[in-house]
Ligand binder design. Structure first.
Ligand SMILES: [Zn+2]
Length: 302
């Protein structure tokens, strides 16, 4: 599989032993929306945690600028309306922006289609105002996206979703029409025209770093997270040989000093490997589209 490449690592001449390994740095810029939306909080303490995301975002943008690295930001409309200046910087610095709800709403069986359409349209309007064009990338805010939501994304011209991972290191195609069963094998639906880029909690900073009281006590050390993330990357590079490595980070988590230093160390580690490139998720999705199509026989590796 050949993937489109963005910025190449500084010493990135290929050693010939590896296929392309592409790193996608992605940021879910939830800010205050994750506290006021799905959690229904009106607490000034939690608002402050969300507010810190704007400081973390500037630190991340400084780091990306210093190293000329591309990245992808999934931004709720609420964050665009609340923190307009830093969101404008994300776009003007050339980073990709993608869909993440208006106030972090998960598509849900409790909503009707009209409600889902209204959220999708309002959020897309915010992103279009920010970036000058409609988003092509989608990450579902903290939940599942069923067939109706996937169909809406295709109808609205999205190129890819990044909310699940059937394959940890490779793009796949989304499916419609799966039938879960308990008295026989799972019935798989048909692949559809929406690329699936890997997302998994193991490469997400929230469970490691967010402290949500008794349920999520994620105050892991930066060294712990470096060990997990660098080993996941090393397995891709040394054993699998080619693919995409998608990191998901939240400015309100990763933006703390100790974690920023860990992220710098991890970027240095990945960039030191010959042949590694950094790209936006849109670029990776388009690269996959150039070599694959929904329903291709080669996709059947189950
Ligand atoms: Zn989120």
């Amino acid at each position: 599989m050949s993937l489109s490449h963005g910025a190449t690592a500084s010493n990135g001449a290929s050693n010939g032993a590896h296929g392309p390994v592409t790193v996608c740095l992605s940021f879910d810029f939830d800010a205050i929306s994750i506290w006021t939306g799905p959690r229904g909080s009106r607490s000034p303490n939690l608002t402050a945690r969300g507010e810190f995301a704007s400081i973390g975002a500037h630190r991340l943008l400084d780091l990306l600028d210093e190293r000329s690295l591309p990245s992808t930001w999934f931004i709720p409309g609420h964050t665009i309306d609340t923190f307009g200046d830093v969101c404008a910087r994300v776009a003007s610095d050339g980073h990709e922006v993608g869909y993440h709800g208006y106030c972090h709403e998960a598509p849900s069986s409790k909503r009707d289609e009209a409600d889902e359409r209204a959220i999708l349209t309002r959020s897309m309007d915010c992103l279009e105002r920010l970036a000058g064009g409609p988003p092509v990338g989608h990450r579902v805010p903290g939940g599942n996206c069923g067939d109706r939501w996937i169909s809406l994304l295709i109808e609205h011209g999205f190129s890819y979703d990044s909310s699940m991972a059937r394959n940890d290191y490779a793009p796949t195609w989304c499916r419609l029409g799966d039938v879960p069963t308990t008295d026989g094998p799972h019935r798989f639906g048909d692949e559809v025209d929406l690329v699936q880029l890997p997302f998994d909690w193991i490469l997400d900073d929230w469970p490691y770093f967010s402290y949500d009281g008794p349920t999520v006590q994620g105050l892991r050390t930066p060294d712990h997270v470096f060990d997990v993330w660098s080993a996941e990357f090393d397995y891709l590079y040394e054993r699998v040989g080619s693919g995409v490595f998608v990191l998901t980070m939240h400015p309100q988590c990763i933006g703390r000093g100790s974690r920023m230093l860990m992220l710098e160390r991890l970027i240095d580690h990945m960039a030191s490997r010959p042949g590694v490139a950094f790209a936006t998720m849109e670029q990776v999705a388009e690269g996959f589209r150039s070599v694959s199509a929904p329903g291709d026989r080669a996709n059947r590796r189950l």
